[in-house]
Design a protein around this ligand. Structure first.
Ligand code: IMP
Ligand code: MG
Length: 183
């Protein structure tokens, strides 16, 4: 995939809308309500993995009606061929000492499962009061490492998707819906 040259080219690669703005909004509202009732009275920290989850985080935290704090992380995973070396490098870390919090990881998509598998291990080792994973999208057919999110808003087939924070070559994060990408 080359550098996008024009708006026409940008638009021509948006093959079809997979999940609309209103479908996303309804699912995010429901997830926010569930979090609000489960964590009421507990110190809650929402942690999102940059960059893909930034839009989901922005909407989900505003659907949460109980007190919560927000944190961001950035992680890079390293692999030998198709095998995870188990070496994930945290390139941006949380400021918070998570041992004081019930933590929810807010992720954009689980694909092979490698990134979250590693991030969850790292965060669990820091002794949070509890740790759960909420993902906007799940592509279970692509799993390489066994990994199951506690909450998944949408299960999708094996398509490369863009929009609502998800990119292809750093473009398309600004689409307000989830679309299938095609050259
Ligand atoms: P995993 O470690 O293979 O589960 O990969 C997770 C990361 O890969 C996600 O957080 C995304 O940043 C990226 N990713 C996986 N599938 C897609 C996709 O269909 N579109 C855009 N990014 C994706
Ligand atoms: Mg991501």
């Amino acid at each position: 995939m080359g550098m996008i040259q024009s708006t026409e080219e940008f638009q021509s690669r948006i093959k079809r809308v997979l999940i609309s703005e209103s479908e996303i909004a309804a699912a995010v509202k429901k997830a926010g309500e569930e979090i609000s009732s489960s964590y009421d009275g507990h110190p809650l920290l929402l942690v999102s993995i940059l960059k893909g989850a930034f839009v989901f985080m922005a909407d989900l935290c505003r659907a949460v009606t109980v007190p919560c704090e927000i944190g961001f992380m950035s992680a890079k995973s390293y692999y030998e061929g198709t095998t995870s070396t188990g070496k994930v490098t945290i390139t941006l870390d949380l400021e918070q000492d998570i041992s004081k919090y019930h933590v929810i990881i807010v992720e954009d998509i689980i694909d092979t499962g490698r990134t979250l598998n590693d991030v969850v291990k790292i965060l669990k080792a820091r002794g949070p009061r509890s740790l759960k994973v909420v993902t906007l999208l799940d592509k279970p057919s692509r799993r390489v490492v066994e990994f199951k999110a506690d909450v998944s808003l949408f299960t999708i087939p094996d398509h490369f998707v863009i929009g609502y924070g998800l990119d292809c070559g750093e473009h398309y994060r600004n689409l307000p819906y989830i679309a299938e990408y095609g050259e």
